[in-house]
Design a protein around this ligand. Structure first.
Ligand code: GRF
Length: 215
């Protein structure tokens, strides 16, 4: 059973999908702490409702990014997390933090990376850029986090068609449905030890057959 720490700044629907997948037994693990830089984040309420420790740490209460990152890492270490899931976390984490949890931080992005990602590409801005560009497909990406925003090795992607009458809202909501399926799936693969990073690529090992007993 892996111990998962989730960082979220907003509504926390992806957090909820991970909590629910753990509760169903789909993920061999459990969420042991949720941290938000936004004390009003609905994600914190969701955590409390599920009986999970919820920590609010407003970034403005810290003199600089390094001090914020240091406190965040201290909290996650104190809960002995094996995996850190960024689920709509609106702070950029510095290289020191990334290094603390090297290969153990996942992020979700609401488009098909490496397109429509990077600094300043978050929330509705992503969907607006997708619609403005005229691409016929968007989707979502789960990737390992590295020092470049939205830049780490890609674990899973799901494709969502862009419809002629799509607005930012309709596209975002169709993509959100895929996110809620895909993030728990990526966490499950990690928890099963099936993700292997080879350069830029993430290889996914086949599931092992359950052992059969031969009489
Ligand atoms: C998601 O669209 C995710 O792709 C992006 O932030 C959003 C978070 O939504 N990184 P929620 O807080 O999980 O509802």
């Amino acid at each position: 059973m892996i111990r998962i720490g989730v960082l979220a700044s907003g509504t926390g629907t992806n957090l909820q999908a991970i909590i629910d997948a753990c509760a169903r037994g789909d993920i061999p693990g459990r969420v042991v702490v949720v941290v938000s830089n936004n004390p009003k984040a609905k994600a914190l309420e969701r955590a409390r409702r599920a009986g999970i420790p919820a920590v609010a740490m407003h970034h403005r209460a810290f003199p600089d990014r390094d001090t914020f990152d240091g406190k965040l890492a201290e909290i996650l270490h104190s809960y002995e997390v094996d995996l850190v899931c960024l689920a709509g976390f609106m702070r950029i984490l510095g290289p020191w933090f990334i290094n603390q949890f090297a290969g153990r931080i996942m992020n979700i992005h609401p488009a098909l990376l490496p397109s429509f990602g990077g600094l300043g590409m978050y929330g509705d801005r992503v969907h607006k850029a997708v619609l403005d560009s005229g691409v016929k497909f968007s989707g979502c990406t789960i990737h390992f986090a590295n020092e470049a925003p939205d830049g780490g090795p890609i674990i899973l992607q799901a494709i969502v068609p862009v419809r002629d009458d799509d607005t930012v809202e309709t596209l975002a909501s169709r993509i959100a449905q895929e996110e809620h399926r895909l993030y728990p799936e990526a966490v499950r693969l990690f928890a099963e030890g099936r993700l292997h990073v080879v350069g830029r690529r993430v290889h996914i090992a086949e599931a092992r057959e359950p052992m059969s007993i031969v009489e």
